[in-house]
Ligand binder design. Structure first.
Ligand SMILES: [Zn+2]
Length: 55
């Protein structure tokens, strides 16, 4: 049986921990990076150990 080694991520949604809104549009792995919320302009860090939620 063949095995797939890469999964293509089409969209990443992050809930801002300050205002709770969903920021969109990260096409690189945001883990370990600082993000500035496009709504409230607060910055926060996405934990390197952030889990992926496929629900
Ligand atoms: Zn925010």
């Amino acid at each position: 049986m063949k095995e797939v080694q890469v999964i293509f991520v089409r969209e990443i949604q992050i809930h801002c921990p300050y205002c709770g809104k969903i920021t969109l549009g990260y096409y690189e792995d945001p883990r370990g990076k600082m993000i500035e919320c496009e709504y409230c302009e607060n910055t926060f860090i996405v934990s390197k150990s952030t889990s992926l939620d496929f629900s």
